[in-house]
Design a protein around this ligand. Structure first.
Ligand SMILES: *Cc1c(COP(=O)(O)O)cnc(C)c1O
Length: 228
């Protein structure tokens, strides 16, 4: 089993490096987040044994169970799923990053509940980049105001933007929403808010995301196989 994970990790890292080269990104500009939702702790342990350190989870209780089981490994945990207000304390206590902040109220709770002995919680604001009515994420119109408010919260460190575009098959179509995300970051920089992270790209579109400036790709299926 471990050999499979090592091989898939090697393949995904190869795709990332190739895309960095092809799109003139500096080597190492893109960080790999392994998304382990619905995968057993043993699968995460196997990927960790192959050298992976950053892991993303969507469901708080499932994540907590795996963290407890894997506590002896030095892993960095990222929360990437929808956030219910009654889960913010647990998330603030157990994660290093949260990618899916989509309301000011949730950010305020995370900041208030981040324990003092931990460094500030790294956060990204999730943007509803394709304006899908059923999707989570901030509208572009409200982004700047929320971003400036979140940037002032004492126990958070606003790192960037995250998006999950609607699936598209063609490369050019995949690039479009990521290009809009990059523009949004540029516009925030024009207002004095410089962010170092674009959390964008999954198994099927990581090259398009890297072409448009992704600094972190969130990969599940290509690392773990299809979800049980
Ligand atoms: C599941 C998930 C991923 C990984 O998707 P794959 O297509 O399996 O790589 C990335 N980001 C988020 C927010 C997810 O929920």
């Amino acid at each position: 089993m471990t050999a499979d994970y090592a091989a898939r990790l090697h393949t995904v890292l190869g795709r990332i490096r190739a895309a960095e080269q092809r799109f003139q990104r500096p080597p190492g500009a893109v960080r790999l987040l392994a998304v382990g939702k619905t995968q057993p702790a043993a699968a995460i342990a196997a990927l960790a044994a192959a050298g992976q350190r950053d892991f993303g989870e969507n469901y708080f209780q499932e994540a907590l169970d795996k963290m407890t089981e894997l506590a002896t490994l030095e892993l960095e945990w990222h929360f990437i799923g929808p956030i219910q207000a009654n889960k913010t304390r647990g998330i603030a206590e157990h994660f290093a990053w949260v990618h899916s902040v989509d309301r000011l109220k949730i950010a305020e709770r995370l900041s208030a509940q981040r324990p003092d002995h931990l460094p500030p919680l790294n956060v990204c604001l999730q943007v509803n980049i394709d304006r899908e009515p059923t999707k989570h994420g901030l509208d572009e119109a409200e982004l700047a105001e929320v971003a400036h408010a979140v940037a002032t919260l004492p126990r958070l460190r606003l790192r960037g933007l995250m998006a999950i575009p609607a699936p598209a098959a063609a490369f050019a179509a995949q690039r479009r929403p990521f290009a809009r995300l990059r523009k949004l970051r540029e516009r925030l920089a024009d207002t004095g808010l410089v962010l170092d992270t674009l959390s964008a790209g999954m198994s099927d579109d990581l090259e398009a995301a890297i072409a448009e400036g992704a600094t972190l790709v969130r990969i599940g299926t290509a690392l773990f196989g299809s979800r049980p």
